[in-house]
Design a protein around this ligand. Structure first.
Ligand code: HEM
Length: 342
């Protein structure tokens, strides 16, 4: 877990404001690093921070002017300078960083005792080298880039939205903390077994994902035959872009779609209400492979943070709920107080 500023309860106004962005990013990225590289990175590791910054740039650039221009005219823009080149230089830096990890793994791995994703992939490369199954070192680099980016930006943005919503809606934060105090208390860490009994907290996490709209548009697909969807003809070979935002803000499904309201996921008895069309991880064959890990991370990080801290915005401030647009959408930079509850 990460360390937040501790300010005595009655003197929170004397504490320091801080931006939780990189603390959260670092903590979440370390989950992926543990699975993929077999180790984590310290919070003060400058080199690792640079990698996180690069990953963030890759997610931000496509929504910028330069990113859009590149998507329209890639053949020309490839040769021109501009903001879009930042995505490529960032990708190169991440690939170099991961390449070094792969080299270290090749040097000291024991094929009969794989330690992590890279060891398992190297084993597969060896096993399938004559079969042309696509297990190559180049593909390993891209798979790790994918896991690193997709597994960090999404979960980190969700948790930063969660912190911001709790600071903005203190009455909801207080209800979550009351449930944490009743179901977990202060003497042990939260565990996944707690989730089923914590209806309100679970509803709040679902509402964070719905309202935060972290991946508004899923990656494009191509139709493999002529078809008709809701009366619209979709010919074979057409690019189809699923807009998840419309489903998560469906006014037939949610009473107040444009308001942060955990009641959307509670029944009349206050029990958690599962919704079939709640699809922040998308659906179908290409849906997010990290869903289970992400759900665990969201629950454990969120409850651990609120077990120990109350988040507050500075007196008289009303933080903006506007998104920073990119492949994933997070809140605009904000500063908060984390007041110790212990
Ligand atoms: C709150 C957290 C997360 C959200 C909201 C989320 C959402 C999504 C969405 C909407 C997609 C697109 C699926 C599609 O094409 O239909 C996706 C893809 C993906 N996600 Fe996640 N994700 C999250 C966390 C994670 C984590 C923790 C990992 C890593 C373990 C991960 C790995 C991936 C990968 C590798 C893909 C690309 C799959 C492909 O190539 O088709 N995601 N995610």
């Amino acid at each position: 877990m990460f360390i937040l500023l501790i300010v005595p309860n009655h003197f929170w106004f004397l504490g320091f404001l801080f931006d939780p962005h990189y603390l959260v990013n670092n903590a979440v990225a370390n989950m992926i690093c543990t699975l993929v590289f077999g180790h984590r990175f310290e919070y003060g590791d400058i080199h690792f921070h640079q990698m996180l910054k690069c990953s963030e740039e890759i997610f931000k650039v496509p929504a910028t002017f330069w990113g859009r221009l590149y998507n329209q005219y890639p053949a020309i823009m490839d040769f021109l300078p501009g903001g879009h080149q930042l995505a490529f230089s960032s990708l190169d830096k991440i690939k170099k960083f991961i390449g070094e990890e792969v080299k270290r793994h090749k040097d000291d791995r024991n094929p009969s005792d794989p330690r992590d994703y890279i060891d398992c992939y190297l084993h597969e490369i060896e096993k399938q080298k004559d079969e042309g199954a696509g297990f190559t070192e180049e593909n390993l680099l891209y798979c790790v880039v994918d896991l690193f980016g997709a597994g960090t930006e999404t979960t980190s943005n969700s948790l930063r939205w969660a912190i911001l919503y709790m600071a903005k809606y203190p009455e909801i934060q207080e209800k979550v903390q009351t449930e944490i105090d009743q179901m977990i208390g202060q003497n042990r860490q939260p565990s996944m077994d707690d989730r089923a009994r914590m209806h309100f907290t679970n509803a709040v996490i679902h509402e964070v994902q719905r309202f935060g709209n972290i991946v508004p548009i899923a990656p494009p697909r191509m139709s493999n035959r002529d078809t008709t969807i809701s009366g619209y003809k979709v010919p074979k070979g057409m690019m189809v872009v699923p807009v998840l935002k419309y489903i998560l803000r469906d006014k037939d499904e949610y009473a107040t779609p444009d308001k942060f309201n955990p009641e959307h996921f509670l029944d009349e008895n206050g029990n958690f209400l599962k919704k079939e069309n709640f699809i922040p991880f998308s659906i179908g064959k290409r849906m997010c492979p990290g869903e289970q890990l992400a759900r665990m991370e969201l629950f454990l990080f969120f409850t651990s943070m609120l077990q120990r801290f109350t988040f507050r915005v500075p007196e008289g401030e009303d933080p903006s709920l506007e998104s920073l647009i990119g492949i994933t959408c997070g809140p605009k930079p904000f500063k908060i107080y984390a007041v110790s509850r212990i």
